[in-house]
Design a protein around this ligand. Sequence first.
Ligand SMILES: *[C@@H]1O[C@H](CO)[C@@H](O)[C@H](O)[C@H]1NC(C)=O
Ligand SMILES: *[C@@H]1O[C@H](CO)[C@@H](O)[C@H](O)[C@H]1NC(C)=O
Ligand SMILES: *[C@@H]1O[C@H](CO)[C@@H](O)[C@H](O)[C@H]1NC(C)=O
Length: 371
Amino acid sequence: MKRSTLLILSITGVYSAILHTAAWSVNNFLMTGPKAYLTYSSSVAAGAHSGMEECKFQFGWERWNCPESALQLSTHNRLRSAFFSPSPPATRETSFVHAISSAGVMYTLTRNCSLGDFESCGCDDSRNGRVACVCLAGGRGWVWGGCSDNVEFGEKVSKLFVDALETGHDTRALINLHNNEVGRLAVKDTMKRACKCHGVSGSCSIQTCWLQLAEFREIGNYLKIKYDQAHKLEMDKRRMRAGNSADSRGATAETFHHIHATELVFLEDSPDYCTRNASLGHHGTEGRECLQTGKNLSQWEKRSCRRLCTECGLRVEERRTEVVASCNCKFHWCCTVRCEQCRTLVAKHFCTRRDSTTPNHIRQRNRGHRR
Ligand SMILES: *[C@@H]1O[C@H](CO)[C@@H](O)[C@H](O)[C@H]1NC(C)=O
Ligand SMILES: *[C@@H]1O[C@H](CO)[C@@H](O)[C@H](O)[C@H]1NC(C)=O
Ligand SMILES: *[C@@H]1O[C@H](CO)[C@@H](O)[C@H](O)[C@H]1NC(C)=O
């Protein structure tokens, strides 16, 4: 309940940030005008939201789990929290937030366009009719046709909205713009060719193909790898400190010269996400759930209790809850299904403080239960 309220708040935050932008940087929107602006803004907000949802999924079992405050701290929302000080740090985590939300915005706009939600835009048919071939690999040729997703449109409009929120001219702003671009490139780089066969009864002598967006999950997975490989910018501190903005911009440009367009970059090391830090908006890992038992856990999930609790100086507490579910269902002629109600104990694991005053009998049970 509380969580969903927060979510709505943060979406409206993006909204108001966007609306605010229109008010004071009209020049950015002259190209498209206020009508176009109103057309796209709900799609932009939906895209930013889906980006944050994906962030929560990707970081579900990490110490930093993409809290709502991440959105507040990201400059996407700086307009709303104009009085927030100090300015949000440019960490590895904020680089991911920028990339995934700008990818989300571009993705939703592109998808909306293909679905015919906007009058002003439709499929990308620029390649249609052209013959293509991967003949060297022994493959057959195909003809471009059908409805390719119009990523150029999504890219253009999302840039207009998302990059416009970056108003500073400092290194941090350049980093955020770069990471926004990494997100948009991820949408393009994960596109797939889909094809349809034609010809006499399934002979597939002719194929028409088009380019379509990947599932958004795949873009999330792709950016998570980029997050793991993110590059820390080592700025020339002396030139930065000189106070001469032209000089510091020069130093920044030089540094960026070596960065690949698909690489996420950050400036500051991450704080310790184990412990709560209100001024940074981190909750710490105390009270978080982790996974210890269960089918089909990945290696990463299996280590979640160690990562979130043990290595953060917390202990793993098992809590059992009774779950009532339908079971022993039988089909009766004709036509009903009757089930029994079965009670099962489900164990969940949480990080708690070592010295917390837990009643003795619970502690005992925990010890007994460990393997
Ligand atoms: C665009 O797509 C999103 C998500 O699918 C949807 O919520 C939104 O209403 C669409 N926008 C328009 C203008 O149709
Ligand atoms: C919170 O983080 C800031 C910045 O890293 C640090 O200076 C401060 O000491 C931290 N506060 C606590 C309570 O850990
Ligand atoms: C377990 O994982 C395998 C392979 O990833 C998958 O095919 C299977 O459906 C999963 N089983 C459950 C119960 O999720």
